[in-house]
Design a protein around this ligand. Structure first.
Ligand SMILES: Nc1ncnc2[nH]cnc12
Length: 443
């Protein structure tokens, strides 16, 4: 019976998949992105939000956003409050600008509405189509490096350094060492074609972590109970101050614009990157349902603001599930279910160490790099454009900056080499907006 319903809703056969594959893909994507349940509350509370209930808010936002994407597009793309976007919310809007979190949620709401308007009017689709093919490859690989970098940072394998910015961490630390072992384990499992390799490694690392002592207990903290009722979200639910951004438009417009920019290009980059990996692009390299995908993404931010979190966005970690075979919205339905179930395991969720998710992130990074070979290495314009995007993303910790720099590089080279007639006006317009944004320092 389920077979028939799922077949009808998600066209499993036509997409070369089945319920079991989609189930494993859903678990894998969830495993790769589950850190959001721990990290998002800690970042939002750093901006002054009351921490109680934020795990519930994060899980609900991820669940609803992912379901929107699953049913509106049938793509295996999961959503959750985005990293980077949450940092912008907490550190720039709340702390630097001294705006109360309820007013900041109002800013997120209006950003979502504007985003929605751009999506339903098709402006965003035109923008996505204007991205040159080489830049799309650079974006996919750059996101791979970005996500691998998040993993390396979470595990302490790469740490900051006052003279060189970055350096190798202390690999004699048991947690860091375990992450390194986990990375190798994941790669070996993948080469051996073990189904659910990423998920297995997260679970193995969490288990081993329970036996590794640290200064304050064990790496995977021991807990008396694994299950419990979720915390209430009454403090943040519909707490957004919708009038603040309107009444203070002179001081909030640039924040709304910045959020809109980052959100839009994070989304475009992620959608293109993940769908390239899932072979969802058509012959011209375009994503057929990019319009509905963007609308779902924008609507999720509005829902997120109402629940009480920073913008909800398409997650690059979806590439983990795609790598284990996920091809349809059914993957997303399983991800959403996992988020719902995780709520009742809040005590258990709290003990999965951050570093246990590192191998998943590194593996996704490695897999996303493989499309670099599709680049025409004899075409220096393509190579330079893709390389700039690829480098800038991890180094600036931002998908958007990578896209911006890639656009500017591409247009700069085309104009400089006299091929300016081959560039579409919308690509020129995009490059102009990016240049203006840097010149006016609208970050
Ligand atoms: N901002 C973001 N965009 C895409 N994927 C993400 N995964 C975590 N944060 C993300």
């Amino acid at each position: 019976m389920f077979n028939a319903v799922f077949e009808k809703l998600f066209k499993l056969q036509a997409n070369g998949t089945n319920i079991k594959t989609e189930f494993i893909a859903g678990l894998t994507t969830f495993a790769a992105m589950s850190y959001v349940l721990v990290v998002n509350p800690s970042i939002l509370s750093a901006g002054g939000m009351p921490v109680v209930g934020l795990i519930t808010v994060t899980a609900l936002a991820a669940c609803l956003g992912t379901l929107l994407m699953a049913f509106m597009t049938n793509y295996p793309i999961a959503m959750a409050p985005g990293m980077g976007l949450n940092a912008f919310f907490a550190f720039t809007i709340c702390l630097t600008r001294d705006i109360h979190w309820e007013a900041a949620l109002g800013i997120v709401f209006w950003n979502g509405i504007l985003f929605l308007l751009l999506s339903v009017t098709g402006v965003r689709t035109k923008i996505a189509d204007a991205i040159p093919a080489a830049l799309k490859i650079g974006v996919q690989c750059g996101i791979g490096l970005f996500i691998a970098f998040i993993g390396l940072k979470n595990a302490g394998i790469v740490v900051d350094h006052p003279a060189t910015f970055l350096t190798i961490g202390d690999l004699s630390e048991p947690a860091t060492m375990l992450a390194v072992v986990g990375i190798l384990l994941t790669i070996v499992l993948f080469i051996k074609k073990v189904t659910g390799a990423i998920l297995i490694s997260v679970l193995v690392l969490t288990l081993i972590g329970a036996f590794i002592p640290t200064a304050d207990g064990y790496l995977t903290q021991h807990t008396d109970s694994f299950v419990g009722m979720p915390d209430s979200i009454s403090t943040t639910f519909f707490a957004m101050d919708l009038m603040y951004p309107i009444e203070n438009i002179a001081t909030t417009w640039d924040l709304i614009f910045a959020l809109l920019f980052v959100n839009m290009f994070d989304t475009i980059g992620t959608l293109i990157g993940v769908s390239r990996r899932a072979n969802l692009l058509d012959k011209e390299g375009r994503l057929p349902k990019i319009g509905p995908a963007m609308t779902a993404d924008a609507a999720a931010s509005v829902v997120g603001a109402a629940l009480g979190t920073s913008p909800v966005t398409s997650y690059v970690e979806s590439a983990a599930g795609v790598s284990s075979g996920g091809r349809t919205g059914l993957t997303g339905v399983f991800v959403a279910l996992c988020f719902m179930l995780a709520l009742f395991f809040t005590p258990l969720m709290k003990v999965i160490p951050l570093m246990a998710t590192t191998p998943a992130l590194i593996m996704v990074g490695i897999l996303m790099m493989d499309s670099f070979r599709q680049l025409d290495f004899d075409d220096l314009t393509a190579l330079a454009t893709a390389t700039v995007a690829l480098l800038v993303m991890p180094l600036t910790f931002s998908i958007s900056e990578g896209i911006a720099m890639g656009f500017i590089t591409y247009v700069g080279i085309m104009v400089g080499t006299g091929k300016y007639k081959q560039v579409t006006w919308i690509t020129y317009a995009m490059a102009a907006v990016f240049i203006l944004r840097y010149v006016l320092d609208l970050k």
